[in-house]
Design a protein around this ligand. Sequence first.
Ligand SMILES: [Zn+2]
Length: 257
Amino acid sequence: MILEYHKIDYPESRWTRTPENFRNDLQRFYEKGYRLIRMDDFLENRIRVEKGRTPLILTFDDSSPGQLRFLSDEKGGYRVDPACAVGILESFHTVHPDFGLAATFFVLPAADPPNRLFNQPEYAQEKLRYLVRKGFEIGNHTYWHATLSKMSPEGVRRQFALAVKTIQEAVPGYLPKALALPMGIYPKDTTLLLKGSYEGVSYQHLGVMMVAGGPAVPPGNSSFNPLRIPRIQAVESEMNYWLRYFDNHPEERYTGN
Ligand SMILES: [Zn+2]
């Protein structure tokens, strides 16, 4: 399962999971034998989990404030808000180190606030560096959540490349491995999705995430399509459905051996 979160905030709604519910999700998946793996390990087909455990990937779209919030301290430094997604992931990992610590953040460098790089402009670059330093991943979600079907080929390449450029201004050389399509909408020319450049900035994606579709198959599987990688929206009903589904169909569940 590749879970797709949006806001971590209050109140709970279609696109918002509360911090408490998010922590409960982690607990639930942990108890059912799921373990976090990195998106790049999935895309490059290096999936490794302990015997009998099942890989799980977390993704967060739209760089909203509750995903990564810094609190300034008296000494002019900062600490991660324990109630934001990253803070919750880190404290859960401290208690359950075998769960793993991984997540991919599909950020928006030029969206209107509050979705522009987690909404604290003074920390925007440091947050991108923090994510990479802690082993999280940054994904491409276009420059400003563009509707790609309405753009020219050059416009599409520009959206991907400018996002990469902004990320690299904070983290030199960083190349996002995954692309999440805004609203799941494809450009007319899908050959632009994996590789291209605009004004000297190149992008190279190994996989394209959709906004729905159910559980994903790994790259070694014959039905794997890098342009159509399904995700599961992290809402109560969807997670209940799929957790129950794999309880009832253990033969379809990917487990380490
Ligand atoms: Zn989005």
